[in-house]
Design a protein around this ligand. Structure first.
Ligand code: HEM
Length: 458
């Protein structure tokens, strides 16, 4: 019986790997690059997509990143993360505050020591300043993207110091980071146009994958196989949706162009392609956020806590707190909403804190050019029908997401207080109230989506 389940699991894993490689190869390479050039010349949304790909993506999307194959000034950071990470998580979290404080201090002092002994701050400063001045001769964009991830995960590991995360760390509201991970962070955040002290889906997740789709900076080493597989499957979803979304963004640009040119037949074709891609994209969520791939007991303690933040700093005499990484940072859902002309899920302040400038600009441009409201009931029935299908897909996703995530968040973790990665608040006096608050946010977004559907029918 046991060997049959292993066989079934291995076959499913092999099928999944095959699907991924097909999804990646289908639209990669010259075809996508040349199509992008044409779109860039033809429409403002094409310009925004092209800017994102060239500047932030190192010529591709999801962004290209390399890890460790870097200029010598940056290399110590990669080596230090790799050395420190086996010390971060433990199979038996303690409930004793004194024990946890000792562990936290031990991890932080060792990390600080390694950083101060091995990072040449002047060298790093000169390299980053020269990149900021537009000179990329000392570092390619791919390496810069990988470095962004490395500094982000070093900061998250310093922030928590103990995985599963513990109450004593959650209670710390201002963390004094070593200058070696503060100084480059300021450069990186300025470059990408993001304001938060914490990482985001872009820095911590997308930039963590190399060209082969392998993740460089793990959180847990040698805890258990179940933790390894959960960690891999969970983060992979956020990368895989962007793999499928890239050609979908191009179809959206093409649909805009065709609609504005009055070429309804061509526009319909692109709308149909968008729906085909969207179905595949959502399958990533439906097939992977299941117990057999992302185990609830492992996820909350070993994957989610690291990505949270819940700390801040004083700005002009006022305490400003930052959240951690959230699913709401996913570019594809922001673009889909914008394509429908929906208002953003995140407010302006959070967009500036967690979403890189070029992603924000692209989303805003798609919203500006949304032709959803320009459809005519009589003449554009087929295109309207395709919009209806997109909305239906989003409704089903939002409803499934809301229902599936709650048991993940409700997992027991007595060593910590309840805290999501994307929303740090812990005002509600009990866990049920906390979950209710999150549920309300998701219900409200589902209602917004249903409201768009009713506009279409009207
Ligand atoms: C165990 C897994 C997950 C949990 C516990 C979870 C939890 C949450 C929570 C609590 C929110 C609302 C608070 C916030 O804005 O941060 C949220 C929002 C969101 N999540 Fe997730 N999430 C999970 C997985 C995913 C995955 C795999 C995706 C997509 C691939 C995703 C996409 C989104 C999106 C797009 C939003 C913004 C709301 C919306 O557009 O409907 N989440 N998530």
């Amino acid at each position: 019986m046991f060997s049959i389940s292993i066989l079934v699991f291995s076959l499913a894993a092999a099928a999944y790997r095959l699907w991924r490689s097909l999804a990646i190869s289908k639209d990669s390479g010259n075809h996508t690059a040349s199509r992008l050039k044409i779109l860039e010349r033809s429409h403002e949304t094409g310009v925004a997509l092209s800017r994102l790909v060239e500047h932030d993506g190192a010529g591709s999307w999801p962004p290209k990143a390399s890890h460790g194959d870097w200029p010598s000034e940056l290399l110590p950071y990669h080596e230090i993360y790799m050395e420190m990470i086996p010390l971060l998580s433990s199979a038996n979290p303690s409930l004793n505050n004194d024990v946890n404080i000792k562990r936290l201090n031990r991890f932080r002092s060792l990390l600080s020591k390694k950083l101060s002994e091995r990072v040449d701050m002047v060298g790093v400063y000169e390299l980053l300043s020269s990149i900021e001045a537009g000179n990329w001769s000392g570092c390619c964009r791919e390496a810069f993207n990988g470095f962004y991830c490395c500094i982000a995960v070093l900061r998250h590991s310093y922030r928590w110091a103990v995985i599963p995360i513990v109450k004593v760390a959650q209670e710390e509201k201002i963390v004094d980071f070593p200058s070696q991970i503060d100084m480059p962070w300021a450069y990186l955040q300025r470059h990408f146009g993001v304001e938060s002290d914490s990482g985001s889906n872009t820095s911590n997740v997308l930039h963590n994958y190399n060209d082969m789709g392998e993740r460089a900076y793990k959180i847990n080493i040698n805890i258990s196989e179940a933790v390894d597989t959960t960690e891999d499957a969970f983060f992979r979803m956020f990368y895989d949706v962007e793999v499928i979304a890239y050609p979908m963004y191009q179809d959206m640009v093409s649909a805009n162009i065709a609609f504005e040119q009055g070429n309804k037949k061509e526009c319909l074709k692109h709308m149909q392609d968008i729906n085909i891609r969207l179905r595949e994209l959502l399958k990533v969520f439906y097939q992977n956020l299941v117990e057999s791939r992302v185990a609830k007991g492992m996820w909350l303690r070993y994957c989610q806590g690291f990505q949270a933040w819940g700390a801040g700093r004083m700005v002009d005499g006022e305490y400003v707190e930052f959240d951690g990484v959230s699913g709401s940072h996913n570019l594809c859902f922001m673009v889909l909403d914008a394509f429908l002309g929906m208002k953003s899920y995140m407010n302006e302040q959070n967009l500036c804190r967690y979403i890189p400038r070029n992603q924000r600009l692209m989303v805003a441009t798609f919203r500006k050019h949304s032709f959803f409201d320009k459809l005519h009931a009589d003449n554009d029935q087929e295109i309207s029908h395709q919009f209806g299908k997109i909305i239906q897909h989003l409704k089903v996703f939002r409803s499934a997401h809301k229902n599936r995530i709650m048991p993940y968040l409700a997992q027991p973790a007595p060593e910590r207080m309840m805290m999501t990665a994307g929303k740090s608040f812990n005002e509600p006096s009990n866990d049920a109230a906390h979950l209710k608050l999150l549920d309300n946010m998701l219900v409200s977004r589902l209602k917004d989506t249903i409201a768009v559907a009713s506009k279409l029918l009207a």
